[in-house]
Design a protein around this ligand. Structure first.
Ligand SMILES: *Cc1c(COP(=O)(O)O)cnc(C)c1O
Length: 384
């Protein structure tokens, strides 16, 4: 049911038709929500449907959403989790006590915060490195011999671009696995597995669902037979970090427009980045679609379909000026998160004052509103 997707179909087709998922019982073109937590056996005690025993292990709605994600990601297998952080934790929980992990500096602060705490409790060595600097990443791999390398590209909120192929080579050279957090790009814009990543992780709460109404996370791989993947599968099943059927159903619906949304968001973000780049009140724009971004050429190779809807810019005049501009915005909601159809703005320094974020930095997530309306809103907020 969930697995009708011929490999040759394009992402927009796979997404729009939810990978072929329908309601086989009624013929409805939209699948049903299956809320049953347990499934019956026959008089001979054989399961009526051998795929379904108990909801923690077997969830039809999650399987349908996972099949679509696998097709979009070019993965052999995808696992959904009840949040992005649950997916992060599922990876790290498989590592042995005392292992060394190499993690990119200045990524999503929640990831860094949780990994730091987890490593301390597990007697694990955490080494942070600027992974967008390939030479630094390679040297750190050789020096520290990590079990796992964790990068995030584009990174949130700095929009740094890491060379996934080079990171995979550096990790594999020392026997480490590479995990890429691809949340900001989504599988519509980038497929890290094709560049050599062992596992790709997403907060599906963001662009994948795209409607700011589902909390979910995903892991995907091309090598489901790998011991780490088997350990993750077992852990999700037995520890129970599974996505609820209703959330999985909503996610499947949200993903029907994923390629469409990401294309539109990238196009609008590019126009707004160029507008801000030339604005006298703006010191600096961090967006990989701009030719003067240090990762531009690399991003163009790794994200050929667009640079995404996430962008940061530094307002002239520091924290006061940035907060004043954020306060004046009328269309952009002042709220955390990213990847939704509605545009959001965030003053990251207020949230994470000790991680080196410039006080004048505003992070924006560009939605699918009219590009001119968003531009006018930014213009009036910046005082021009
Ligand atoms: C939001 C986010 C996460 C965490 O995901 P949740 O769904 O909020 O648990 C991880 N990585 C990145 C890059 C994120 O933006």
């Amino acid at each position: 049911m969930a697995d009708k997707t011929p490999a040759s179909r394009h992402p927009a087709t796979i997404a729009a038709q939810a990978g072929g998922a329908m309601d086989d019982h009624t013929g409805g073109v939209v699948p049903a929500v299956h809320r049953a937590t347990t499934f019956a056996r026959g008089a001979d005690y054989a399961p009526l449907n051998p795929d379904n025993i108990y909801l923690r292990s077997h969830n039809e709605n999650a399987r349908q959403a996972e099949a679509v994600l696998s097709a979009l990601e070019g993965a052999a297998e995808t696992l959904l989790f009840p949040s992005g952080m649950a997916a992060v934790a599922a990876v790290f929980r498989t590592l042995p006590h005392g292992a060394t992990v190499l993690v990119q500096r200045q990524i999503y602060w929640g990831t860094t915060q949780w990994i730091t705490d987890f490593c301390a409790r597990r007697g694990m060595a955490l080494v942070e490195v600027e992974a967008s600097d390939t030479a630094a990443l390679t040297a750190a791999c050789v020096e520290h011999l990590p079990a796992l390398v964790w990068v995030e590209t584009p990174s949130n909120p700095w929009l740094r671009i890491t060379d996934i192929s080079a990171a995979a080579e550096a990790a594999h050279e020392v026997g480490a696995l590479l995990v890429v957090d691809g949340t900001a790009a989504t599988p519509a814009l980038s497929q890290p597995l094709a560049f050599g990543a062992d596992i790709v992780m997403h907060s599906a709460t963001k662009g994948i669902n795209g409607h700011s109404d589902v909390l979910a996370g995903a892991l995907a791989t091309r090598t489901p037979e790998a011991p780490i993947w088997q350990a993750i599968v077992l852990d999700r099943n037995t520890a129970g970090a599974v996505l609820d059927p209703q959330a999985a159903w909503l996610l499947l619906r949200g993903m029907r427009t994923l390629p469409l949304r990401m294309t539109r968001m990238s196009k609008t973000a590019q126009a707004l980045a160029e507008f801000l780049h030339d604005h006298p009140q703006v010191e600096r724009v961090l967006y990989p679609g701009l030719p003067d971004h240090p990762g531009h050429a690399l991003a163009a190779r790794q994200m050929p379909n667009g640079f995404g809807g996430l962008m940061s810019f530094v307002v002239r005049g520091g924290g006061t000026a940035a907060l004043r501009a954020a306060g004046r915005l009328q269309l952009f909601h002042r709220a955390t998160s990213l990847g939704g159809v509605e545009s959001l703005v965030e003053h990251r320094h207020t949230i994470e004052p000790h991680t080196g974020i410039p006080e004048g930095l505003l992070r924006v997530s560009i939605g699918i509103e009219d590009a001119g309306d968003l531009r006018d809103d930014l213009a009036q907020a910046l005082g021009q």
